[in-house]
Ligand binder design. Sequence first.
Ligand SMILES: *Cc1c(COP(=O)(O)O)cnc(C)c1O
Length: 362
Amino acid sequence: MSNTIENLARANVRALTPYQSARRLGGNGDVWLNANEYPLAVPFDLSQLTLNRYPECQPALVISRYAAYAGLQPEQVLVSRGADEGIELLMRAFCEPGKDAVLFCPPTYGMYSVSAETIGIEYRTVQALDGWQLNLPAISEQLDGVKLVYVCSPNNPTGNPINPADLRQLLEMTRGKALVIADEAYIEFCPDATLAGWLQDYPHLVVLRTLSKAFALAGLRCGFTLANKPVIDLLMKVIAPYPLSTPVADIAAQALSDQGITLMREHVAQLIATREWLIDALKTCDCVEQVFASETNYVLARFTASSQVFKTLWDQGIILRDQNKQPGLAGCLRISIGTREECERTIAALKSLPGSASREQA
Ligand SMILES: *Cc1c(COP(=O)(O)O)cnc(C)c1O
């Protein structure tokens, strides 16, 4: 019976491996450093209690506050159920399944391929260069039939921003052919690197943002797509009629108040200080081979015997993210910046690994 149902599904859905989200991977931890979440909950009120009515499709206060925060016009902002929905809306609006393609540069965020596979759109990958920058000549050769190029900056899971000069070149080579989507989920940790100000020069640029990371609201599911009006108008054709619930819009507006933004900036400053402490401490651990620079709320490091490190910490309730399977990231684990205490526990666990004094084990 279940076999029959399975056979009724679209072939690409049958073949699909769902996104291995941190929540799906489970674990019985009490130190959660695997989803780049803010470690503590921020306060909020529920002021909109009229749930008998449908919500606004694009709640005006949320849109105007985000536009002011990003330095754009309200018509350049779309709000959705997380940045993940923005990733998918773009494919649904711009890509013909079985005909058009999207392109991105591993190692990078996993949802670009998951969304493409779900919808049935071809995806092409161009491996990042050493230092995780764009391989522009290789991208240029692969652009035929590509409608969307996703560039994560700063990149998850490597932590580096993409060189602005390279992004300019990418925007020049795609002009009139494809959209370039800058995924800025972590931009609050390096705000000067944003491309939002470039929207006036490039009609085919799109910027993705979220409240899930620096704003400490991953559970809210609220993200933003920033683009010029012609792009926003197309996305409005494919978005659900009521993408955000009334409580989500209510809390998002509070997070984007002057007070909410000030609080976010304090959190960012504190996480950056903890990150620098963690990076220095990781460099003193025998099991750590390399720590990559980060402009985000996580750090990528290469370990000797990374699977053993991952498992030993997991068993102690410290949950990291294994990146070992990503192209170019053999032996790498990603550690989200938690509280200072959580980071100290992580370092203590790494220093007391069995046989951590020797680098022999592989
Ligand atoms: C977390 C993350 C997202 C998803 O953000 P949501 O708003 O929670 O859907 C998108 N892109 C990158 C690179 C991320 O790390």
